[in-house]
Design a protein around this ligand. Structure first.
Ligand code: UDP
Ligand code: MG
Length: 201
């Protein structure tokens, strides 16, 4: 059911919280400022937005816990557009490439073993600021620190079984989508709904 309740006016305390969130978001999203403007797609009659895509993957523990539907539901309710999805048993060499930067970390062997333990579900989601917003939606890497309301905060309690992956920068997302999907696999589709003025050029 839709939540039509009226939001309370910001009190000074709440306002500073909101400003803090805005600041945090700015810091988290700051890499976006350096992305070439190739992705910018002007809209007619609506606000312009960057046609951004990101890779989100439900890890094997998320599949085992039957959380794929919950994840899709959260991203759809946010308004993002699902343009690619597949279940796969991740090959070790692709996982090694994906987590190359972490290869010297003590937890790396356990990480690869965990992600190889069963199938995962890889998805490509599209929408304005989808990279940064997805990171906020999945929550802190360490599930113990992930806020309630985030996917990791709600469904997991340990960093080594944190349910979900999401790209952490626009450039990283482009690389990761190419790594996990063939170029013809993600399918763009027209938006006919109430968000059409935001999505169509
Ligand atoms: N990880 C772990 N122990 C750690 C740090 C990370 O098992 O101390 C795992 C965890 O599954 C995490 C993944 O390694 O999601 C990749 O780490 P990263 O720092 O990239 O975090 P993420 O981008 O997933 O939030
Ligand atoms: Mg990461």
């Amino acid at each position: 059911m839709e939540n039509n309740s009226v939001q309370p006016a910001p009190t000074p305390g709440r306002l500073s919280g909101l400003l803090g969130c805005a600041l945090l978001r700015e810091v988290l999203c700051s890499s976006r400022a350096w992305v070439p403007s190739l992705l910018v797609r002007p809209c007619l009659g609506g606000p312009s937005w960057t046609r951004e895509r990101t890779l989100v993957a439900v890890k094997p523990d998320g599949v085992q816990l039957r959380l794929v539907g919950d994840v899709i539901r959260r991203f759809e309710r946010k308004g993002f557009k699902l343009v690619g999805m597949k279940m796969l048993q991740a090959p070790e060499n692709v996982l090694a490439e994906h987590y190359h930067d972490l290869r010297r970390k003590p937890f790396y062997p356990a990480l690869i073993s965990y992600l190889s333990s069963g199938p995962g579900v890889a998805m490509v989601w599209e929408g304005p600021n989808v990279v940064c917003t997805s990171r906020a939606m999945i929550g802190h890497t360490d599930s113990a620190e992930a806020a309630p309301g985030t996917i990791r905060g709600d469904f997991s309690f340990h960093i080594s079984r944190n349910i979900i992956h999401a790209s952490d920068s626009v450039e990283g997302a482009q690389r990761e989508i190419q790594r996990w999907f063939q170029s013809n696999e993600p399918v763009g589709w027209a938006d006919e709904g109430h968000r059409s003025s935001l999505y169509t050029a």
